[in-house]
Design a protein around this ligand. Sequence first.
Ligand code: ING
Length: 307
Amino acid sequence: MTRLLHVGAAQLGPIQQSDDRASVVIRLIELLRQAKAAKCELVVFPELALTTFFPRWFVDDIATTDHWYETEMPSAVTLPLFLEAKRLEIGFCLGYAELTPQGERFNTQILVERDGSVVAKYRKVHIPGHETNEPDRPFQHAERYYFTPSAEGFGVWKAFGGRMGMMICNDRRWPESYRVMGLQGVEMILCGYNTPMHYVPDPTQDVLQGFHNALVMQSGAYQNGTFVVGVAKGGVEEGVLGLCDSSIIAPSGEILAKTVTTGDELVSAVCDLDWCKQYKETLFDFDKYRRPEVYGRITAQRGAVLD
Ligand code: ING
């Protein structure tokens, strides 16, 4: 049996501070139309896909940054995206900054089915960067100031004929993210990212950004028998160079499609979700081969080093 899902990775080039949401929605709709022409059923957009990556600046009064957040989804300015996707009968995954009525701030992704219904919402668990202003930096990465780490964890939802999961950017660097979804039988993980090439705490990692990006997503895919779709917002955004390399990765860990530009670019692949079984029912048959009774003693926290 095959369960084919034609998925698109819709990479965005830079969104400058002066680019308003309406102009970004026009770009997203253009990518949707390219996806339709390529016969995609699902399109994945990047993390924080509606605005510039505003955590690169620190402001003392966070209330002055509310305009970077969405208080409703869709809103009047994002509704055209939802309407066009429904008209084209394409589902999508969209990352954005969420400000709740209670004043909570999350780095959020939603999954919308082909009929326009919102299937799922995921809020970023692993928040990188720093909480306070670091004026000596060439640019800030103050996500821990602007976003609350989610306590909701990683879910897996039945949609698009399979079992879909979501994670956001830094989540992809943590093996737990993949395994928590792997234990729920995930077959495709959707992940947007904004990754500066320059890593201020350790610049030796700069030249390895592309390698590390591929390493973590290919490993996570293989070790959990799942597809992974990683989608960048990259290029030079407000003077900061962001990694691109958006990719669609198979349960084998192989890269099925990868972008080659630093701008708006769609790549797609026909994914047979039954491919996952070739790993979930052999090498990574968790019920047969995993040893949680052994790992259980140390997985929750650091273990003591034995003398
Ligand atoms: N960004 C980064 C990421 O994990 C980062 C944080 C920046 C890591 C630069 C390494 C180098 O890809 C987000 N938004 O999580």
